[in-house]
Design a protein around this ligand. Structure first.
Ligand SMILES: [Zn+2]
Length: 234
């Protein structure tokens, strides 16, 4: 009761401090408005450059928390670390890029959720084989350090360190192979080293992952075996 009458009185009488707050609010609103207008203009230019030919309003419907790989756990990356798109309608997807996190799973998730990080992959495969999806395959994740490769690929991070052979467990290889096979099936990507590549193979990158200890022969063989279990993409 007492609290109710207190707040009612407070709302009715505006002290000078309240007036100052309001003025600050108006200015903040104005600055925010300008930022929003600039943001919209940049977005419009970006949209025009990539999909001027596309009719508006044909984006696929999205469901919050939906994943592209059955069984993956969804954790949303910061929107600053990817670009919203409508793949493969606007960009063909013809590459899988293999990465190694150079750190633990939790720190990779933290980085991808951080808007200041500037990068994220679509998936992280943990050492124990659990898979987390952070960016929808519809969208362009910033993982390869090369715009064209980002636009045309799905990025898979693997928990571990390039110089630590213990990082690459059987569970990690097996889970990643199932994931990569599903991606290859979805977009009709051939299972070979031309199309399943390491981050180090991306033109212009200075990254070395997944490194010399990553067993490519084994990985491609596993992806191929998984791919053979599922019917070809239509
Ligand atoms: Zn990488």
């Amino acid at each position: 009761m007492g609290a109710t009458s207190d707040s009612a009185a407070g709302a009715g009488t505006g002290p000078p401090a309240g007036d100052g707050d309001r003025r600050l609010g108006r200015r903040a609103l104005l600055v925010g408005g300008i930022a929003a207008a600039v943001g919209t203009a940049l977005l419009a230019r970006e949209e025009l450059s990539r999909s001027w030919w596309r009719l508006p309003g044909v984006d696929k419907p999205r469901e919050a928390g939906a994943v592209d790989f059955r069984g993956a756990r969804w954790v949303a990356a910061s929107a600053a670390n990817y670009r919203r798109a409508d793949r493969p309608a606007d960009y063909p997807v013809d590459r899988v890029v293999v990465h190694v996190t150079q750190g633990g799973y939790a720190s990779a998730v933290r980085a991808f959720k951080d808007p200041g990080h500037g990068a994220a992959a679509h998936y992280i495969v943990r050492r124990d084989g659990r898979i987390t999806q952070l960016v929808r395959e519809l969208d362009v994740a910033f993982h390869a350090g090369n715009r064209e490769y980002n636009e045309r690929s799905v990025g898979i991070e693997h928990e571990g360190f390039v110089e630590d052979p213990a990082s690459f467990t059987d569970a990690l290889y097996a889970a990643s192979a199932r994931l990569a096979a599903a991606i290859c099936g979805r977009y009709g990507i051939p299972v070979d080293r031309e199309h399943i590549i390491g981050h180090a193979q991306v033109p212009g990158t200075d990254h070395t992952d997944p490194g010399r200890l990553w067993d490519w022969e084994r990985y491609i063989r596993l992806v191929g075996a998984e791919r053979a279990k599922t019917p070809p993409a239509r």
